[in-house]
Design a binder for this molecule. Structure first.
Ligand SMILES: *Cc1c(COP(=O)(O)O)cnc(C)c1O
Length: 493
């Protein structure tokens, strides 16, 4: 038989690890990198919020697979010149688009340490997992959940919402669903949320195999809170035709305008109807850290599960999503799966069960808990709560300025930290879309857009702890300037 592939030789060559030949060189380079990373954040105001990527820069990253090694200093230079300047811009105080956290230096340092430790938090008995358990315990306390609760870090709320659907599914159908799938009785399950819920809730229903048709998107009131009575009626109607309602997803801070559903009413409805009550608290749930905002989240403490992102209002560097489940048994029912190579022991490195891999779909997992632990300890929840409250006060400031400006129209009042408004003009949808792109390209600020009651609005979500009245003034001045310019162009045309 002819062998067509080269064989691995049994003579072991000289040691060629991936460690540096000269540790001092790497240390000097590392110090330079760290200094510059800190400088970049310290001097962020001097930079544009965002820069469009030049074609030649983009083209550089259509390069061939590197076969030969490169010097670290050269690679870092490429990073500094071609990657760092063209990042999203959410570290900048002028970033107000979508819902992005600003990160923080302490969290950045923790990321560096976590990289060095290279811990795998899928399982086994080591201290990094205790740090994740500590965060679970702190999060449980924040939300007033019982001691039976369990939690796990995930990428973000999109994943946490999907996992909540899986947990609710297993709670509704029993553990056998994991073997038989969601056919049969599973095909009858229906879930309920609001029209203003984040798109990932619908996607979660799709990915979990129920299909988006099984999700009822209930109407909302003027302030975008779900109509609980309409939901109650829909649940009854579905039951009457033989369907099996199993899940309600409430929103603690909708993504478009920051509306908080009546969580107490939803939790009462779920208790009465025996439905799983999940709260999408992606960014709003951490409002519990502010004494002024916490009462508006009343009812959250009764949820069966909560999804949240420490990387939004919590300012932990990306990514740091989290799922908290009221009853650990339910959580384990949905995900724990025995495997011979993951056997648990009562001593040695294989002790410490249950492991995080029993609480979600991932086995290998990084140390997201460390940057969250550093951030919570460095600032404390009081300061974080005050920062969160301040972003809401800034939204009020922006709202007042918009209201006092003839040329601007307030589209949605600031319920939390999001203001939606627009420049008054003919063809306003198109003009406002242009204004937003103009402002982004000029590097002045980075608002985004949304559509409310059929009107395209400029949306400023103030999430970043660095944002100040100066940034809001600059945004407004730019809206007025580009608005005038774009409207004049229209008239001239
Ligand atoms: C951001 C957000 C999500 C999605 O969270 P990711 O962390 O981006 O996956 C879901 N729901 C709401 C309300 C959000 O604001």
């Amino acid at each position: 038989m002819t062998k067509s592939h080269p064989e691995i030789s049994s003579t072991v060559g000289p040691s060629e690890t991936l460690d540096p030949a000269n540790w001092d060189d790497v240390r000097a380079q590392a110090h330079r990198m760290l200094d510059e990373a800190i400088d970049a954040i310290a001097n962020i105001r001097a930079q544009p919020v965002w820069r469009p990527i030049p074609d030649d820069v983009r083209a550089r990253f259509r390069d061939e697979l590197p076969r030969e090694p490169s010097e670290l200093g050269d690679i870092y230079r490429e990073y500094s010149e071609f990657i760092a300047p063209y990042a999203t811009g959410n570290v900048h105080p002028g970033f107000m688009g979508w819902v992005h956290g600003g990160g923080n230096v302490v969290g950045m340092l923790a990321e560096m340490l976590a990289g060095g430790l290279n811990a795998n938090l899928g399982g086994r008995d080591h201290m990094p997992i205790e740090v994740e358990r500590q965060i679970t315990e702190w999060t449980r306390t924040m939300f007033g959940f019982p001691e039976s609760a369990s939690g796990v870090f995930v990428t973000g709320t999109s994943m946490a919402n999907l996992m909540a659907v899986w947990v609710a599914r297993t709670a509704a159908l029993g553990a056998s669903v994991r073997q038989h799938g969601v056919g049969g009785e599973g095909a009858l399950l229906t879930a309920y949320t609001s029209k203003a819920a984040h798109g990932c809730v619908s996607k979660a229903m799709d990915l979990a195999g129920f299909g988006t048709d099984a999700l009822r998107n209930m109407p909302v009131d003027r302030s975008h809170r779900v109509d609980v009575e309409a939901m109650r009626i829909q649940i009854k109607r579905d039951r009457d035709v033989g369907l099996k309602p199993f899940l309600v997803v409430g929103s603690a801070g909708t993504v478009d305008i920051g509306a908080i559903d009546d969580l107490a009413a939803l939790s009462a409805l779920c208790r009465k109807e025996k439905l799983w009550f999940h709260v999408d608290g992606a960014y709003g749930a951490l409002g519990v850290l502010s004494a002024a905002l916490a009462p508006r989240l009343a009812g959250l403490e009764n949820a069966d599960s909560v999804a949240l992102d420490f990387h939004k209002w919590g300012q932990v560097p990306y990514d740091a999503g989290f799922l908290l489940v009221r009853d650990q048994k339910r959580h384990l029912d949905a995900f724990a799966a025995p495997a011979v190579y993951l056997r648990r022991e009562t001593r040695g490195l294989a002790a410490g069960s249950p492991w995080p891999c029993d609480l979600g779909p991932d086995l290998s997992r990084g140390f997201r808990a460390l940057k969250t632990w550093f951030t919570l300890k460095a600032f404390g929840t009081e300061k974080l709560g005050a920062m969160i409250e301040r972003t809401c006060a800034l939204a009020r400031y922006l709202e007042a300025k918009v209201s006092s400006e003839q040329q601007l129209e307030l589209i949605a009042p600031a319920q939390l930290n999001i203001v939606c408004f627009r420049y008054r003009s003919t063809d306003a949808d198109r003009i406002n879309g242009e204004i937003v792109a103009d402002i982004q390209e000029a590097g002045i600020a980075a608002p985004s857009t949304t559509t409310l009651d059929g009107k395209l609005a400029i949306r400023a979500a103030i999430v970043n702890h660095r944002t100040d009245t100066r940034d809001l003034d600059a945004l407004l001045a730019a809206v007025l300037e580009f608005g005038l310019k774009r409207s004049a162009e229209d008239h001239a045309a």
